[in-house]
Structure formats: structure tokens, C-alpha cells
Design a protein around this ligand. Structure first.
Ligand SMILES: Cc1cc2nc3c(=O)[nH]c(=O)nc-3n(C[C@H](O)[C@H](O)[C@H](O)COP(=O)(O)OP(=O)(O)OC[C@H]3O[C@@H](n4cnc5c(N)ncnc54)[C@H](O)[C@@H]3O)c2cc1C
Length: 430
């Protein structure tokens, strides 16, 4: 028996834990997950997944815990992803439908907890902050802030938007480092007890349909989304405000990206909005304020035996609800291909090259269209502007290409690339 292939995953967010779960049952792999925090942790907000992400979740073996926790749009609106409404009077602009999936979402902390309990004992090490990587001929060594290190045959960095390992990849590719950049958009986030919101809507004369069905309310330089989580007991709300006055907005160095905010401050940002939006926001007692950052599209995700996945590779604006989904697609890709002992043992460089060639164009496109979606929602799309009918029509089908993506076709393409490079090599040695 040859020694197992050593896989090191750095960062235990949704992407890293998802990958670890997808790899945990293979005897030919020795998987270790390194997390910088003392424990797994996610925030108490909702995260929604498109059909593509739900397929990745299922393929990674997380379908059962996901189904147990997930909220979906109730019947008879089950297929609805979002209804799009105008900020003035909440008039309906259009409806995006995702047949069979609708709006599928979970409470982040509950989901990560459920996943983490399924990881085998001993796979995860906490308090391990990766600081740098050292490349060997057929391996890589991760160094941690506590002075320890770990050698692996492949290192997968899922350490988020502030990744410590990303610059190593870029340096290796002869590229300049890429730091997260402030997008000019900030978001107020909060959760509301749905019973409370129902009473508030009834008192204000707002249709309570807007509680049960996911909503996006659109206005100039701002938009608000809401959808139910925790089996409909809570409503997750995110209210975005964008300042487009500066083409190159800067977030003050050293200032936290997240802070507590007052309800008054949040309401001031939506002072001229209609009764539905304002009633919704008035029910958030203690909003948090998030400065949204993203990454530029990278020119490569791989160097030596190191690959970037998730937000470490392609952090994006959250406007398509697709960021975590892209990380899960990355995880699914690696889980499928590393499951093949022949690839894991002998073709790691080809696998890494295939990952970069196959996954990066899609993730970059999702990044780009996430930004464009924000322009559209906030009535700044140069073609659509604030034309109700065109806006509604454009939004109805805009997301289908993300959701309908064939993950197994990606894996098959990668396999074909790996096989082709294997054949070239064999021909060369004949
Ligand atoms: C307001 C908002 C709403 C969003 N809504 C959605 C949505 O509805 N749907 C969706 O798909 N996406 C959404 N996203 C995007 C989504 O949150 C991210 O894409 C996703 O959480 C990224 O997961 P990740 O595992 O790649 O990174 P992270 O969640 O950032 O995890 C990184 C992990 O690595 C650890 N770590 C960091 N540095 C180190 C280190 N040096 N060494 C070891 N460990 C380290 C961290 O502690 C953390 O556990 C949203 C984002 C925002 C801001």
C-alpha cells in the first residue's frame, strides 16, 4: 500500500469545511483542515443558495443536513427566487423563478455547525493561522503563526477574502499582490421575528405577502432584500447603500469592515423610500453595518501545489447570492477529482492546472456579473436605467446561467484535460 496523498485545507469557512466533507471518506487521502480561529464560526445571518450550489452541497454529501435546515419559498410560490419591487410603492416589477428550488437558504451559523459535526475527529486543527507557504518539488509546506508547519502534497487555501496565501500564488505567477478593495457599497443587516413584521405590516397597510415571499426592493443607489430563514420564524434583511461619487472608493486603513449601527442611521439612508421598505427597516432594532469588499479578477488560482478556492480566489459583491455557491462549486470540483486515486497519486499538477483552466473563467464571470447586478438593482445600468418594464424583464431570466450550470460537465472537461496531458506525456516517453 502506498502512503495516502496528503491534502491540507487552510480555512474552515463554508468552502473549506465543504471540501473537507467531500474528501473525508477516501482511504487514499489524508486530509487535514487548519482553521485560524479557536472554533468554527459563522455569523447569525442568512445565506441563500442557487440550484447550482444546492447540487454542489448534495454532491459533497451535505444534502441531508442542508435539507433539514433549509428554508424555501412556501407554496404556492415555491419556484420564486425573488420578486422585484420599486422603492416608491413596492409595485411589482417582475419575478425571477428558479424551478424546483426557488429561494433556498439557511441560517449560516446553524449550517456551519451542522457540517462541522460531521467532520471526523482529528481532521481539524484550530488556532492555526497560516502565514506563508514554502514550495518543494512535489509538495508544499504551510507555516503557521504559532511557529509550527505542515507538509502536504496539495494545499487548498480557503482562507477567505483576506487570504494570507493568495499573494504567494500571484507572486509565483509573476503578478502583483491583490488586496481586497472597497466597493463603495455598504450593507445594513438584521433579522426580524416574522410575527413582529406581520403585525407591523398589517398596521401600516402593507401586504403581508411581502413577508412570505423573498423580496428585492430597488431604488436609486440602494436596494433591500428580505427572505425567511429558520423555517420562516425570522426574516433576513440586507439593505444596501452605494456611494458612486468616487470611482475608486477607499475604506480607511485599519477601520473594521463591520460595526454596529443605529436604526436611525439606517432609516436616514432610506428616508425617501416608501412605506413597505421603511416599515421593514423599522423592525430591525440593532442593525450591523458592513463595508463590502471584493477582489479583482485574478490571473491565476494556482502556483506549485497550492490552489485558492472560495473567497480567497474570487470574493465578490453578494448581489447574485452566489459567492458561497462558487466556493462550493470549487470544493465539489476538487472532491470529485481527488476521489480518483490515480489522479490524486499521480496527476496533481495536471489536476491543479485543470482547476485553473476550468473553474476560473466561470468564477470570474460570476464576480463580474455580481457587480453588474448591483448596477441594475440600483437603477444605474446604462441600458436599463429606471425603466420598470425593461428592469423587470431583464431580472426575470438574468440568473439562469448561474443556476443551470452543469458541474459534472466541468469535472468531465477537467478529466479530459488530465487524460490528454497524460497521453502527451506517455507519447513523449515512447
Ligand atoms: C452581505 C453578504 C451577503 C452574502 N450573501 C450570500 C448569499 O446569499 N449566497 C452566497 O452564496 N454568498 C453570499 N455571500 C458571500 C459569502 O458569504 C462568501 O462567499 C462565503 O462565506 C465565503 O466562504 P469561504 O469559505 O470562501 O470564506 P470565509 O467564510 O471567509 O472563511 C474563511 C475561513 O478561513 C479562516 N482563516 C482566515 N485566514 C486564515 C489563515 N491565515 N489561516 C487559517 N485559517 C484562516 C477564517 O477564520 C474562516 O473560518 C454574502 C456575502 C456578504 C458580505
Amino acid at each position: 500500500m502506498s502512503a495516502p496523498v496528503r491534502v491540507a485545507i487552510v480555512g474552515g469557512g463554508i468552502a473549506g469545511v465543504g471540501l473537507a466533507l467531500g474528501l473525508k471518506d477516501h482511504a487514499h487521502l489524508d486530509v487535514k483542515l487548519f482553521e485560524s480561529a479557536r472554533a468554527f464560526g459563522e455569523i447569525g445571518a442568512g445565506v441563500s443558495f442557487g440550484a447550482n450550489a444546492v447540487r454542489a452541497i448534495t454532491g459533497l454529501g451535505m444534502g441531508e443536513p442542508y435539507a433539514a435546515l433549509a428554508d424555501h419559498t412556501p407554496d404556492p410560490w415555491r419556484d420564486i427566487w425573488f420578486e422585484w419591487r420599486h422603492s416608491d410603492d413596492a409595485r411589482l416589477l417582475g419575478t425571477s423563478r428558479a424551478p424546483g428550488v426557488g429561494q433556498s437558504s439557511v441560517h449560516r451559523a446553524d449550517f456551519l455547525d451542522a457540517l462541522a459535526t460531521r467532520l471526523p475527529m482529528g481532521m481539524t486543527q484550530f488556532n492555526k493561522r497560516a502565514t506563508r507557504i514554502e514550495h518543494g518539488a512535489d509538495s508544499a509546506r504551510v507555516h503557521f503563526a504559532d511557529g509550527t508547519d505542515h507538509e502536504a502534497d496539495i494545499v487548498i487555501a480557503s482562507d477567505g477574502i483576506k487570504s494570507n496565501l493568495r499573494d504567494d500564488v500571484l507572486r509565483g505567477l509573476g503578478q502583483a499582490p491583490v488586496a481586497p478593495r472597497f466597493t463603495g457599497t455598504c450593507a445594513y443587516r438584521g433579522m426580524i421575528e416574522s410575527d413582529r413584521l406581520r403585525r407591523a405590516f398589517e398596521a401600516a397597510g402593507v401586504d403581508t405577502h411581502l413577508i412570505d415571499v423573498p423580496q428585492m426592493i430597488l431604488g436609486l443607489d440602494a436596494h433591500i432584500l428580505s427572505f425567511p430563514v429558520k423555517q420562516g420564524r425570522l426574516i433576513n434583511v440586507v439593505a444596501f447603500v452605494s456611494d458612486r461619487s468616487d470611482a475608486n472608493p477607499q475604506w480607511p486603513t485599519g477601520q473594521s469592515w463591520v460595526r454596529e449601527a443605529s436604526r436611525r442611521e439606517m432609516l436616514e439612508a432610506f428616508a425617501h423610500w416608501g412605506v413597505a421598505a421603511r416599515t421593514l427597516l423599522k423592525c430591525i432594532d440593532t442593525p450591523t453595518h458592513w463595508a463590502l469588499h471584493e477582489l479583482a479578477q485574478l490571473h491565476g488560482y494556482v502556483h506549485g501545489r497550492l490552489a485558492l478556492i472560495g473567497d480567497a480566489a474570487h470574493a465578490m459583491l453578494p448581489h447574485q447570492g452566489a459567492g458561497a455557491g462558487q466556493g462550493l462549486e470549487d470544493a465539489y470540483f476538487f472532491a470529485q477529482l481527488l476521489a480518483d486515486p490515480a489522479i490524486a497519486r499521480e496527476r496533481l499538477p495536471e489536476l491543479l492546472a485543470a482547476y485553473d483552466a476550468v473553474r476560473r473563467p466561470r468564477a470570474c464571470r460570476v464576480q463580474q456579473t455580481s457587480w453588474e447586478a448591483g448596477e441594475l438593482y440600483e437603477l444605474r445600468d446604462p441600458r436599463v436605467g429606471d425603466e420598470d418594464a425593461l428592469l423587470g424583464h431583464t431580472l426575470e431570466t438574468r440568473f439562469d446561467w448561474i443556476w443551470n450550470h452543469d458541474l459534472d460537465a466541468e469535472v468531465a472537461t477537467a478529466r479530459a484535460r488530465i487524460d490528454a496531458s497524460t497521453k502527451v506525456e506517455a507519447d513523449r516517453t515512447v
